[in-house]
Design a protein around this ligand. Structure first.
Ligand SMILES: Cc1ncc(COP(=O)(O)O)c(C=O)c1O
Length: 414
């Protein structure tokens, strides 16, 4: 009897959530310790998390923040990107990759994806560079590092027509490369370098659905500060201050007897990470490597099931080591109605799926800025084919099989 019919007759099975957090007793204990400690906002746990993240990233330092969004805006501010500047961003991403450009007063230039793989390529970067371009934000989609080496080659090749605005840009002397690494903490690039060391600045997200979750949270790290024209210690202090009102002392230092006095150096944002979140982060970092292994195993299992079908799973295994954040699957043809029907029928059968991404050129806020889906036809076609399958460390192999079989069943029905 074909497997499709077997599933139909199975008793009602437990629902499969899309991406619940994997919180263990050790995480709860770590958070409870902070709550009992007498200090709950930015403090020793946050610093410990920063140091461990920098080690994982192969970088000298890191600033933990409230979100990847805040971290990317901080990178752009440190680089002196502002009004009159342009930043190249793929249209096939979450709004945060592009909205941060507008948060600092610059303009995001949305570029199409090259075709079946929705990663930004160097060719697209080159095609979008103008005399106003100050940075590229590449996205490590699904946990696969973006092609940084060719992107660096592309921006190096345009060094001579780079027009710096301000000291930071002058010191760098070329278009900056920022990694939106919201999906890719723990991943490794094709040359064996960890994510964190691949771009000038790298921004992580620890949002509740991410591989490493602190409920909300993010971090920013950077490759050798001196190579970018910054003093290493200065860069840490500048970015930290940018997340704390531009204040010269954090709350912990100010709370020490007699140390109340401080200055405000910039009109900065408030986007620091708390020790409560950092405790969750440190605790989860301890098992990140195991969690990523498990995620990759599950992706392989999906890949084996789909190998002889016309469903194409995004390739996580040809280059480098992916953090296996998202199981993005593509139907053979762009057909939004069919895709949405499959999603609804899977939901009826207890399986939650998702879509990554509805291109920014389809979103109202970006259309109001003059963008049109017509300018990103490949991104729109990829979106119309895409279904993201559940992938998290609470799933069993049997759950993966069930999702895969149900998906193939629903595809054969529509
Ligand atoms: C690609 C991408 N970039 C940025 C973000 C924003 O992360 P955060 O919520 O930590 O600001 C997300 C969040 O989902 C994302 O998927």
């Amino acid at each position: 009897m074909p497997q499709t019919i077997v599933l139909e007759w199975m008793p009602k099975l437990k629902p499969i959530a899309f991406s619940p957090p994997d919180i263990r007793e050790e995480d709860i204990d770590a958070v409870a310790d902070v709550l009992r400690s007498g200090w709950i906002t930015t403090g020793p746990r946050t610093r410990e998390f920063e140091i461990e993240l920098a080690q994982l990233s192969g970088t000298s330092d890191c600033v933990a923040m409230a979100s990847a969004t805040a971290a990317m805006a901080a990178a752009l501010r440190v680089l002196g990107v502002g009004p009159g500047d342009e930043v190249i961003v793929p249209a096939y991403t979450y709004t945060a990759s592009a909205s941060v450009v507008h948060h600092v007063g610059a303009r995001a230039v949305l570029v199409d994806t090259p075709g079946p793989t929705p990663h930004l390529t160097a060719e697209q970067v080159v095609g979008a560079i103008t005399s106003r371009t100050k940075a590229v934000i590449a996205v490590d989609l699904a946990g696969i590092p973006a092609p940084y080496r060719p992107i660096f080659e592309a921006v190096e090749a345009r060094r001579s027509d780079f027009r710096p605005a301000g000291e930071a840009q002058e010191a760098l002397g070329r278009i900056a490369v920022v990694a939106d690494a919201a999906h890719s903490v723990g991943a490794i690039g094709p040359d064996g370098q960890p994510v964190g060391s691949l771009a000038d600045f790298t921004c992580y997200s620890f949002h509740a659905v991410k591989n490493l979750a602190t409920a909300e949270g993010g971090a920013i790290t950077w490759r050798r500060a001196e190579d970018m024209g910054f003093e290493s210690d200065d860069l840490y202090r500048t970015v930290r201050r940018d997340s704390l009102h531009g204040q010269t002392k954090d709350a912990l230092s100010k709370s020490k007897g007699g140390s109340w006095d401080y200055d405000i150096l910039d009109l900065a944002q408030k986007a620091n990470m708390t020790d409560v979140q950092a405790a969750l982060g440190v605790s989860q970092l301890g098992r990140l490597s195991d969690m990523l292994h498990r995620r990759r195993d599950m992706l392989r299992r999906y890949a084996e099931m789909f190998a002889s079908t016309d469903l194409r799973l995004m390739d996580h295994f040809s280059e480098g080591v992916s953090s296996a954040h998202l199981a993005m699957a593509f139907l053979p043809e762009p057909n939004q109605e069919r895709r949405d029907g499959i999603i609804l029928r899977l939901a009826d059968r207890g399986v939650a799926t998702n879509v990554h991404y509805k291109p920014l050129t389809l979103m109202t806020a970006y259309r109001n800025l003059g963008w049109s889906p017509v300018s990103t036809p490949h991104a729109v076609a990829a979106f119309e084919r895409e279904i993201t399958l559940p992938l998290h460390t609470l799933l069993t192999d049997e759950d993966i099989d069930r999702v895969g079989l149900m998906l193939l069943e629903e595809m054969s029905r529509s």
